[in-house]
Ligand binder design. Structure first.
Ligand code: APR
Length: 231
């Protein structure tokens, strides 16, 4: 068996599903209820900022009320107890990894943060953001949710790619593998010689690229997988 010192874990909406937060592409998911081009692009925000704020305000309230589940807790335990290095990368904006006590790299931003579209300053978002809110740094009335929208560049990519190129194991948990660049992480890790495992309820669009598959609900599969890594 190969020695595992450095692990990169990518999480998606599926890890928060059992905390009561809807996923995007499962049946009845967010993208069945809203059109991406209406609420999750820079153009949408320019066209109708009130609609975009309403969408993210509702999600911020849900996320604030949500509690981490056994899968988030297991990853926090892994991050504190594993002898090697754990890089936890999340596409989720809900803050549940932090509520569980882990530290995640937020490649798609965070609901709890606001971003100035004029100067790039970031600060803690109020519970409900309003159109035309002023930036505390430059005073421009251009506060927006600190969310990476379609057509924008995800955050921290250099750090993530470095971690992928030096890891021994890459795991993807609860993500459909439909959105790049995250969908391509498994290939990056494989090219670097890492073992790969997918934990999901069902096959994803990227399942073919993983060596191992653990099928089931994250709240069951992730704690068992973490126990194995820590034993
Ligand atoms: N346990 C494990 N996996 C689950 C569970 C569960 N309880 N429930 C759902 N899943 C899996 C689904 O099978 C699916 O593969 O989670 C995945 C959710 O996929 P998406 O809804 O597409 O979410 P995600 O992959 O995180 O989306 C990526 O798309 O819209 C953007 O920016 C948004 O970060 C998001 C990105």
């Amino acid at each position: 068996m190969r020695r595992i010192d450095r692990i990169v874990i990518l999480t998606g909406a599926g890890i928060s599903a059992e905390s009561g937060l809807g996923t995007f592409r499962d049946e009845g998911g967010l993208w069945a209820q809203h059109r991406i081009e209406d609420v999750a692009t820079p153009e949408a925000f320019m066209r109708d900022p009130a609609l975009v704020h309403r969408f993210y305000n509702a999600r911020r309230i849900q996320a604030t009320d949500a509690q981490p589940n056994a899968a988030h807790q297991a990853l926090a335990r892994l991050q504190s107890d594993f002898a090697g290095d754990i890089t936890l990368v999340t596409q989720n904006v809900d803050g549940l990894h932090e509520k569980a006590g882990a530290q995640a790299i937020h490649m798609h931003g965070e609901l709890s943060r606001a971003l100035c579209a004029t100067c790039g300053h970031r600060w803690d978002a109020p519970a409900e953001m309003e159109v035309g809110e002023a930036c505390p740094a430059c005073s421009a009335p251009s506060a927006r949710p600190d969310i990476v929208w379609f057509g924008e560049m995800p955050y921290h990519m250099d750090r993530i790619i470095d971690a992928l190129h030096t890891c021994d194991l890459f795991a993807a948990i609860g993500t459909s593998g439909q959105v790049y660049p995250a969908a391509g992480f498994v290939e990056e890790a494989r090219m670097a010689g890492a073992a790969t495992v997918e934990l999901n309820l069902r096959d994803s669009d990227m399942s073919h690229a993983f060596e191992d598959h653990i099928t089931g609900r994250a709240s069951k599969t992730v704690p068992t997988w973490v126990d194995r890594l820590l034993s």
